[in-house]
Design a protein around this ligand. Sequence first.
Ligand code: HEM
Length: 423
Amino acid sequence: MTTPADHTATHEPDVVEFFTDPEFVRDPYGAWARVREQGPVVKGRFVDGSTIWFITRHEEVRSVLNDPRFANNSTSVPGVEENERVAIMRHFGIPEEYIPYIADSILDSDGADHTRLRKLVSRAFTVRRVNELRPRVEEITDRLLDELPDTAENGVVDLIEHFTYPLPITVISEMVGVPEEDRPLWRKWSHGLISMEPEAMGNAMRDMVDHINQMIEQRRSAPSDDLIDAMIQVQDEDGTKLSDVELATMILTLVIAGHETTAHLLGNGTVALLTHPDQLELLREDESRLPAAVHELMRWCGPVLATRPRFATEDVMVGETLIRQGERVQAMLVAANHDPRYFDSPERLDITRRPVTRGEQHVGFSHGAHYCLGAALARQEGEVAFGKLFRRYPELSLAVPEDELEWEQSPGMRRLARLPVRL
Ligand code: HEM
């Protein structure tokens, strides 16, 4: 066991540089399994060379994510005035006037601010509200599946382009109230934002924020029945509850968080089922297995590999490691979801795994106060999409060998650039 005193001494050679090491992109499961077996808290280096502590095991991941002493916003640390995300945005050359639109998001808020923002939108994402949407999700899915054959080139269809992206972006855009014709723009901005390329990020931020602000202006004079309106109404009733920047930031967050992730659950999950025909067969035999299957796919190949960094607001012991006030930790969901201390044979994809109860849970949607707001929606989209895709195209197969699939260079996400299949 590592003690605070010997940590630096024994772990220095093992500092993990996952942001730059291509092995973590090629095989995140294997790479993180090795890190996890070094210890529950492993020292890493952040892009700027500073220290970050990776939390690797299920128990410690849950405990850190449930611990209010770890904050999402660095300014919650006593004595820290600069929001680290602002510093990162500056580093990437994002124009100053657009930075608050990232820095003021629900994901970057703590305590009372976080509760206030979350309450504004949480009602729209409850299981009951999401269930009411199901017929519409089914309709959109059916339409996209109908259109798939028309998109084939030499008999090959790219499911990412024509199915896994359009489905969630259409669903979340309708909920939020983003016009149909704008959807390709969102796809482009979303790509720009996660590209880690300064110019693309800056351009995407500028275009997106300008566009949202124009949209809000138009909507103030022509209301309809969606989330944007609900939020505008809150503003009209009590201007202190939601600032203009917060309103635009919430729209931006919901649309980006609501589609980029789900698209890759659908992509990763489709590959997993196609490469595990026994599991696909189990699903086909009995579609009531769909909800459990989606949970298992989230565990086994969920698209979000890590939470955002959290900051220690005071000195905190995690297991036997001392995290000092102001230091960063990052919960490695991918490592926790394959932790053999918690899951039986975690490397095995098993859609009949014990139903998820309070006692056995993956952390693919995070845990604690920032637990994914859209989890019920994402799971439902997964159930509808996998159910209908494999029923509609029973002969579906990969059009390239599995080891030729193109995984994108994205340290925090497991995502495919393309998913070529034959129908
Ligand atoms: C937060 C994953 C779909 C909206 C999160 C977090 C994770 C996550 C890991 C927490 C990050 C952290 O703690 O640092 C996923 C995955 C999805 C998905 C894997 C799909 C498979 C969605 C959808 C929406 C959404 C469909 C639509 C509204 C949000 C929001 C937050 C969030 C608003 C911030 C919550 C807060 O800070 O309180 N998601 N998400 N997500 N997600 Fe999702």
